[in-house]
Ligand binder design. Structure first.
Ligand SMILES: Cc1cc2nc3c(=O)[nH]c(=O)nc-3n(C[C@H](O)[C@H](O)[C@H](O)COP(=O)(O)OP(=O)(O)OC[C@H]3O[C@@H](n4cnc5c(N)ncnc54)[C@H](O)[C@@H]3O)c2cc1C
Ligand code: FES
Ligand code: FES
Length: 495
């Protein structure tokens, strides 16, 4: 027994049938289970850290309408117990007449073939979720988490376009999957325990299903690792071999993922997938679209959460600069007690923040800016897609006519934490939004940060680039002849 919960095996749906797994450590990845225990080696291991997409699989959840919503994730990052109550679909589970593999064959989308299962799964997920043919650009976005070292992307994109002209598969196992998922709904919340040969101790996994049970579990076990999307924690297990004896998963609590809007404030549950949280932000703030698309890749955004992105305290996390520019607040919960803090001030040092042991990041509250506020977010990284930022920023000015009445400038990658540029903000506030004011703010920016040199960029590059991004912001938002998005964006976005 664990906290009144009866321990039981992990149960999920694969190929239309319920699979039960017991006896494996809770940190066994879906990829390791597929390849080493289920004999399903079609799903490949490339990097084992979420970067290459060779391991891409689909995970299905039953929605309220009784249909399965399939989303891609990296099997190398997901621990097997996170499949509990859900469905798994891999490249080997697609019918032979599925349009995605057929189009890849017909358009020569594969050479060595190592990346191919991942591409096929990403294409099949797109095909399942998007009935009408996507544009070439949308295809490229959907494949941003898949790397190919030999074929080149043109034939793969051709295959993605061509699959929409092929007939749908004759047989579809979704009905069996729905029935099995409905059966699993009667299971009690997962409490799982198995010996871990690597540590000689038990490895445990708790997945409460209600908000109160989640808060209680975290407060009762302050030493536990809170597991959200596992896009950071998966690497702790795979690359750092860190022992993780007790995982408390937030993933089975629907209310923890909720996104709502009341009175001009967007409330984002900390467990909301990055994909959903950014979609909600972009719906209100269209200029954020390019930035949101460059956050990791679809499989990482489907699993990773906005709460995890803020809780990890990374100085190069992409959510914090934008949320700080928007003056977001975070709600923390410990047991039954909630407290609300401004995100600005939450970080106290490199990977450190004000969260106490046993306390959960509960919700993010984002005041939506009015029409007088101009907002942009920019990211610089060595690769356009699926790359960690060298530099990222959220920039906001509120204008009264041509005068800046308020300015919020936040950068990641410039200091040990994501931080605001107070001197630059002071140089902007109360001034006309002119080039002279911009120059003063750029000059002040030099005293706001003392960035370091690392593999993503030198200190000098970072300072020069931060100033250039501030200039770009002015060019796009100046009252007189602002540049059209097409002049400054890779993909044009609505104004
Ligand atoms: C291939 C790849 C590309 C990436 N690209 C980017 C990128 O472009 N930009 C970027 O910013 N990040 C990127 N990341 C990093 C990562 O995706 C994010 O940091 C992610 O948002 C972490 O969220 P998660 O839900 O996966 O957290 P997890 O890995 O589950 O947890 C991360 C940390 O947060 C804690 N935690 C999680 N949720 C809570 C909560 N509610 N309360 C308290 N503590 C909590 C965990 O205990 C842990 O310490 C990338 C990662 C990978 C693997
Ligand atoms: S093996 Fe490379 S993303 Fe999983
Ligand atoms: S076909 Fe060889 S890596 Fe893509």
């Amino acid at each position: 027994m664990t906290e009144g919960l009866t321990e039981r095996p992990i149960r999920f749906v694969h190929r239309g049938a319920i699979v039960e797994v017991a006896g494996l450590p809770a940190t066994t990845t879906v990829l390791a289970w597929l390849r080493e225990h289920a004999g399903r080696t079609g799903t490949k291991e490339g990097c084992n850290e979420g970067d290459c997409g060779a391991c891409t699989v689909m995970v299905g959840d039953l929605d309220d309408g009784g249909t399965v919503r399939w989303r891609t994730v990296n099997a190398c990052l997901q621990f097997l117990p996170t499949l509990d109550g859900r469905a798994l679909r891999t490249v080997e589970d697609l019918p032979a007449d599925h349009p995605a593999p057929r189009a890849m064959v017909e358009h020569h989308g594969s050479q060595c073939g190592f990346c191919t299962p991942g591409f096929v799964v990403s294409l099949a997920a797109l095909h399942a979720n998007r009935p009408d043919p996507p544009s070439r650009r949308e295809l490229a976005d959907a494949l941003a988490g898949n790397l190919c070292r030999c074929t080149g992307y043109r034939p793969i994109l051709d295959a993605g376009e061509a699959m929409y002209a092929l007939p749908a598969p004759a047989v579809n196992d979704d009905d069996a999957t729905v029935a099995a998922l409905q059966t699993l709904r009667a299971d009690p919340p997962l409490a799982y325990r198995a010996p871990d040969p690597a540590t000689g101790a038990d490895s445990r996994f708790l997945a409460p299903r209600s908000l109160d049970a989640l808060a209680d579990a975290a407060a009762t076990h302050p030493q536990a690792t809170v597991l959200a999307g596992s896009t950071d924690i998966g690497l702790w297990a795979n690359k750092q071999f860190r022992p993780l004896p007790l995982l408390i998963s937030v993933g089975a609590v629907p209310g923890f993922k909720a996104i709502t809007e009341t009175e001009g404030v967007l409330h984002i549950g900390a467990g909301a997938a990055l994909e959903d949280a950014w979609a909600a932000l972009v719906a209100h703030l269209p200029p954020m679209r390019d930035y949101a698309l460059r956050f990791a890749s679809p499989p990482v955004r489907h699993a990773g959460t906005m709460g995890g992105n803020l809780a990890n305290g990374s100085p190069i996390g992409d959510s914090a600069p934008v949320l700080m520019a928007l003056d977001a607040r975070i709600v923390l919960r410990h047991g039954g007690a909630e407290r609300t803090l401004p995100l600005d001030g939450f970080y106290t040092g490199y990977m450190k923040n004000l969260r106490q042991p046993g306390e959960l990041l509960w919700r993010i509250e984002v005041p939506l800016p009015g029409p007088a506020t101009r907002l942009r977010a920019y990211k610089l990284s060595k690769r356009f897609d699926c790359d960690i930022s060298a530099l990222a920023c959220g920039l906001a000015v509120t204008l009264d006519g041509e005068r800046v009445t308020a300015a919020r400038v936040a950068f990641g990658g410039m200091a040990a934490t994501v931080a605001r540029a107070r001197a630059a903000e002071a140089a902007l506030t109360g001034q006309p939004w002119t080039e002279a004011t911009l120059e003063a703010a750029c000059s002040a920016l030099g005293s706001d940060y003392t960035p370091m040199t690392d593999l993503r960029g030198s200190a000098g590059y970072r300072v020069r680039s931060a100033r250039a991004l501030l200039r770009r912001f002015w060019l796009e938002t100046r009252p007189d002849a602002p540049l059209a998005p097409s002049a400054t964006q890779v993909w044009e976005v609505p104004a």
